[in-house]
Structure formats: C-alpha cells, structure tokens
Design a protein around this ligand. Structure first.
Ligand code: MUC
Ligand code: MG
Length: 366
C-alpha cells in the first residue's frame, strides 16, 4: 500500500459560548480535517485544531505545512513506514498539530487496512474511559451551576477548573465547587501559565484545603526559576501541558522536576510520539493524563483511542468532552458521555465516520 495524496480541509464550527482561559480564548473551532489517501482506496482521517496561543499555528499555516512539506515527504511511502516519514520531517520545527494529525491519519489508515481498531493495535487496555469536564473561565457561580448540571446530566465525577486570571476569583471558584459538589468529586486546576510564582504560592494553601489533585501549567515553563519555586513549595503535583509539547520537552520537564505529571495530547504528538512519551513516563515513574487540545469529536475519538490503549493513560479521567462546546460537529454518529464515561466505538482505525454534508457546510475552502 502507498500514500497517494494528503488533503488538508479547513473548517469552522461556531462555539455555543466563547471559550475563555487565562490569557487567551476562542469563539469558533477553526480546525483542519486531514485526509491521507492510499492507492488501495483506504482514507485515514484526523483533526488538527489550530491553537495559535499554544503552538503559533493557524488554519492557514497547517494547510500550508501539509501541502508544501508533509505531503511531498510522504506521498509514495508505505503508511506502515512511520519511522521514515518521522525522520524525513525531523528538519521541520514546531507545526505540532499538523504533524500530530498527519501521524494519526496514517494510524487510521493502518487500522482500517488491518480491520482493527487503533486502541487495540496500540495496546487494547480498556474499552472506555472516565471523562473529565473542563470548566472554562466564567464567574465562580457560573462554574458551580455548570458543574452541577453536567454531573446530573452526564455523570461527570472529575472537573478541571480553568484558573490563572485573578487569584481572588480562582479561590472563590474552587471553594464554591468543592462546597457544591461534595468531597467525592475530583477537582484539578489549569492556570495556562497565567499565575506568577507568587500568585501560585499564595493559592497553594487553598488548593490543598479544597483537595485539588493536580496543578496544571501554573506558571510559564520558560521561566525556570519561578517554576522551580512553585514545584518546591507544592505538595500537589504539577501537570505539565504547554511545557511538554514534544518528547524532548517531556524529558526536560521531568528531569528538572518542574512537572511531576504529564499531559498527553495526541493533537500535538500524534500516536507515534505519544507512545514514546508513555514509555518515557512509565520508565521514570511519572503519571499521565489524556489532555484535550480543545478537540472536536474527530479529535476526541483519537484521544480516546490512544488513552484507552494503555493502563497508564487510562487511570485518570481524560479530557474527552470539549466537543460539547461546539454547536455542531462532523461525525455521522455524535459522541455522548454516559455515566461520566466515553466508549471506544470499536470500528477499524480510529472509528471516524464523517457526515459529508456537514463537512461541505462547514469547510471554508470552497
Ligand atoms: C488546556 O488544557 O490547556 C487551552 C489551551 C491549551 O493549550 O489547551 C487548552 C486546554
Ligand atoms: Mg492545559
């Protein structure tokens, strides 16, 4: 089998309400659907979410990277030769979500060609994962209302609270959530680099008091002394996210003891590099959580396939419900969180079935 073409289709889907976090936000999902075509008719698919505030990528830059760099390096190659295209593309810096999506679409080809779901090919540990719901920045009262409603409707038991805008509001939010949700619900916080070291150290006693389990990206990773102060002061483990966008950064963050847990986002490291991150973390005794790069349903299926494949990536609830913030999506069968869980569809590959009429409606290149 040979790769014959790679398509990059930009599409926009409006959000129900703008997504706001520490110092950025979006009001529409501006993603790119990647399609890897092969000579025997199998087409692999994946989603690249443009996230300028984390990776500096845009829809335009993702399309350009696919057309100008990835496609020429990959057309003609047997999709099983993942190490060859990985090597051929090693000269290119950044372009994380373009690289990650191409890799996942190739895995989708492989799964379909073999008639096996990707989560089985990768490890096949479980068929479903617990889902963590992300509470984006709004008033503390609004967060409490949203958490109560979603726990009732979808059975969520784990909530990630976006903080990092203003310490007083952050404290009111976590205290309010704990009081409303009771002791059995897991709460963790993500500051998206929005705190200074002083802010983070100031809120630590409150985070301990309310039983927060993880502090995600409290301060900018490129300020090592600030990060070191927070890590030294905190009994709560730091979950690296923006600081661990590739394998080498994961190694650096762990060895510097700046992060004690690692967020794996297949949107940026695909399946191939994410597998290596799992190996590195397991070998060093570092836990992982499946993060969301604010994926639509297509990206969520990929995160689920990877997370369900390994014991170590399925222990914690995965961030698998950002699609609920979109007014619509591309799948023929919408994903539904039931009893706080999402089940792997069990179809060959990643299990992505695109509603072509919806794609035609939301694509912006025609
Ligand atoms: C998250 O976990 O931070 C928002 C910014 C980003 O880089 O990813 C999202 C979600
Ligand atoms: Mg994060």
């Amino acid at each position: 089998m040979k790769i014959t073409a790679i398509e990059a289709i930009p599409f926009n889907i409006p959000l129900t309400t703008p997504t706001v976090f520490a110092h950025a936000g979006i009001d529409s999902a501006e993603h790119v659907l990647i399609r890897v075509h092969t000579d025997d008719g199998v087409v692999g698919q994946a989603e690249a979410p443009a996230r300028p505030f984390t990776y500096g990528e845009s829809q335009e830059s993702i399309v350009k990277a696919i057309n100008a760099w990835f496609a020429p390096a990959m057309v003609g190659l047997d999709p099983l030769r993942r190490e060859v295209y990985r090597d051929r593309m090693s000269w290119l810096v950044h372009n994380h979500t373009a690289r990650g999506a191409v890799d996942m679409a190739v895995w989708d080809v492989i799964g379909q060609a073999l008639g096996q779901p990707c989560h089985l090919l990768l490890g096949g540990y479980t068929e479903s994962m617990a889902v963590a719901h992300i509470l984006f920045a709004r008033s503390p009262e609004g967060m409490v209302e949203e958490a109560l409603e979603l726990r009732e409707r979808c059975g969520f038991n784990t909530f990630k609270v976006k903080v990092g805008k203003d310490v007083g509001t952050d404290i009111r939010a976590v205290r309010g959530l704990r009081a409303a949700l009771g002791a059995d619900v897991e709460l963790y916080v993500d500051a998206n680099k929005g705190w200074s070291a002083d802010d983070a150290i100031r809120v630590l006693p409150v985070m301990r008091e309310v039983g927060v389990t993880m502090l995600e990206e409290p301060t900018p990773a490129f300020e090592p002394l600030a990060r070191r102060r927070v890590a030294a002061a905190s009994e709560i483990p730091i979950l690296g996210d923006e600081s661990v966008t590739r394998l080498g950064e994961v190694a650096r963050e762990i060895l510097d003891n700046h992060s004690q847990l690692i967020s794996i986002k297949v949107a940026r490291t695909g399946f191939t590099e994410s597998e290596r991150i799992v190996g590195l973390c397991e070998g060093l005794g570092v836990g992982m959580a499946m993060g969301s790069q604010m994926d639509g349903m297509v990206g969520t299926l990929a995160t689920l396939a990877f997370g369900a494949a390994f014991r170590s990536t399925s222990l914690r609830a995965g961030e698998l419900d950002y699609f609920m913030q979109l007014t619509d999506d591309l799948l023929t069968e919408p994903l539904v969180v039931t009893d706080g869980q999402l089940r792997v569809p069990g179809k060959p590959g990643i299990g992505i079935e695109i509603d072509e009429a919806k794609l035609a409606h939301y694509r912006i290149d025609t």
